[in-house]
Design a protein. Structure first.
Length: 273
């Protein structure tokens, strides 16, 4: 179906309609070979509360945004490459049913569908597109994923020190490494995680120590790997006839670190049957 629709007028018109809905705030979506397969409204679990979001599934990307006027105006456009996506079904909660997680290396979040059938259709379409794209590019599925942020209302106390109670004056913060809701005292550190951002990000004290230990371990491994080469180079003096290249540089009670908050156990509209 994708090959049949690629570069057709009807597909171009549908993509142009999505671009018009996002307006100047959105990025251009039309590319040779890109096909818009379907769209639908899903409930996204946000930091403050679940909110409806419009989702568009293309054969290579997933696009979503906030709804201003349905089918007429959207904003806050997000574009996710499908080759970076992994899906995980989640059990129902009192607040949200038919849930699953969309995991990527930069951002992971939970969405829910209006029905179990709708969830199955979304996941089926997504997995088929991901499988086809990975086969086409020869890439392996993404193994590292960003931690989803735990909603603010999930806890009234800091999930690290378990002592600080949140209030109007005591703000909630999120560790970018584990996604836990933490107080300011438990998240004063910043750490550079290039996979997530070019700038140092807020992390909780426990994750900060773990990241420092991992960084030290990697540095030690690099040192051991280069040490034999440096030793071999010592005392080496090439003759004047050699055309050699010279080197340019001669805690109190805490939530367990491995605890996962999420554990695994409007309707979809396909344009073509």
């Amino acid at each position: 179906m994708v090959d049949h629709l690629a570069n057709t007028e009807i597909n171009s018109q549908r993509i142009a309609a999505v671009e018009n809905c996002f307006g100047a705030s959105g990025q251009p979506l039309a590319l040779p070979g890109r096909v818009l397969l379907g769209e639908g409204i899903l409930t996204k679990e946000c930091r403050k509360k679940p909110k409806p979001r419009i989702f568009f599934l293309f054969n290579d990307i997933l696009v979503y945004g906030s709804i201003i006027i349905n089918k007429r105006k959207y904003n806050s456009q997000h574009i996710i490459p499908l080759e970076d996506v992994t899906l995980e079904t989640l059990p129902d909660t009192l607040q949200m049913k038919n849930r699953w997680m969309i995991k990527t290396s930069k951002k992971s979040f939970v969405v829910s569908a209006a029905s179990l059938t709708e969830r199955k259709e979304w996941i089926s379409h997504l997995e088929e597109c991901i499988k086809h794209l990975l086969r086409k590019t020869g890439r392996q599925p993404c193994r590292e994923h960003a931690a989803p942020w735990i909603p603010d209302k999930a806890t009234d106390i800091c999930m690290r020190c378990t002592q600080t109670k949140f209030s109007t004056l005591t703000r909630r913060h999120h560790c970018r490494k584990c996604g836990f809701v933490v107080c300011a005292d438990c998240s004063r550190q910043r750490f550079l995680m290039p996979r997530l951002s070019p700038k140092p990000l807020r992390v909780c004290n426990l994750c900060y120590r773990q990241l420092l230990a991992e960084e030290k371990k990697e540095a030690e491994a690099d040192r051991r790997q280069t040490e034999p080469i440096r030793s071999a180079m010592q005392g080496y003096e090439p003759s004047s006839g050699d055309d050699s290249d010279k080197s340019d540089d001669e805690k109190a009670e805490q939530w367990p670190a491995d605890t996962e908050f999420y554990t695994s156990e409007v309707s979809w509209s396909s344009f073509h049957s």
